[in-house]
Write a protein that binds this ligand. Structure first.
Ligand SMILES: [Zn+2]
Length: 255
């Protein structure tokens, strides 16, 4: 008869844990703390590596982003790791990969993640005429949208974009802002384009996150070492008291 009282007492001591959404099969999951709506009207350019400001995040709040996929050997592993911790992330897709692996794009969306855009073939856009750069951006958006929805459109469902290699130009930034597209930089990255072991990558990213406290984390779901370290990374974030924020598109127009 004492059992229900004991449960109530524990619940009273842990109000946040009691309020959190349960994660099937993983009571210790990192989870997703909250959803943040992002719109170009208020946050046109975010990420302190490149821009003056980042997203309005609180202490120890992180947004997880993955670039360059979908990739058949690694993205499903990344999705498995996120799913087992009930963590929602944002994937900046390369259009030609989305075209080739549309099933993975649909899985990303079905599991609740956000999809942003990262050009069609990943060229550096500051090395070409602006019209050509815009064509490349739009071809990528259209390929991603077609994979996701079956509609080839250049108005993105989620107006989030990241420049390959962060190679933006002031003119392109202005044009994207005029279209209501939020440009994402990052606040911290794992340098996972360099060869290293999953253990080295894990230590590197944890040390860097400790220095910035909160912000947008940039990883690559195309990298085997990143897919490999992700389960341990998510467990460490939980252990160290970080909280995950999921970004979604804001409604267009004034609000
Ligand atoms: Zn990239």
């Amino acid at each position: 008869m004492i059992r229900p009282l004991a449960v109530l007492a524990v619940a009273a001591m842990l109000p946040l844990a009691a309020m959190a959404e349960p994660c099937p099969g993983n009571p210790q999951a990192l989870g997703t703390e909250r959803t943040l709506t992002v719109a170009a009207t208020t946050s046109p350019r975010v990420g302190r590596k490149e821009f003056a400001a980042t997203l309005p995040l609180g202490p120890k709040e992180l947004v997880l982003t993955f670039d360059d996929g979908p990739w058949p050997t690694t993205t499903p592993k990344v999705l498995d790791a996120l799913k087992s911790e009930c963590v929602l992330a944002t994937f900046f897709l390369v259009g030609r990969n989305a075209e080739a692996h549309a099933g993975i794009v649909r899985r990303i969306l079905a599991e609740g993640h956000s999809v942003g855009h990262h050009t069609y073939a990943h060229p550096l856009l500051d090395h070409m005429p602006i019209e050509k750069a815009e064509t490349e951006i739009d071809r990528g958006i259209a390929a991603d949208e077609f994979a996701a929805t079956g509609q080839r459109r250049t108005t993105p469902t989620t107006p989030f974009f990241r420049f390959p290699g962060f190679a933006s130009t002031p003119a392109l930034l202005d044009r994207l802002q005029a279209r209501g597209i939020v440009v994402f930089g990052a606040d911290v990255w794992a340098s996972d384009w360099l060869a290293m072991t999953p253990e080295q990558e894990l230590q590197l990213i944890l040390n860097r996150i400790a220095k910035i406290d909160h912000g947008i984390v940039l990883l690559h779901d195309t990298k085997a070492q990143t897919a490999h370290m992700l389960p341990a990374f998510l467990r460490e974030l939980k252990k160290r008291g970080y909280r995950i924020v999921h970004i979604v598109a804001g409604s267009s127009g004034a609000s």
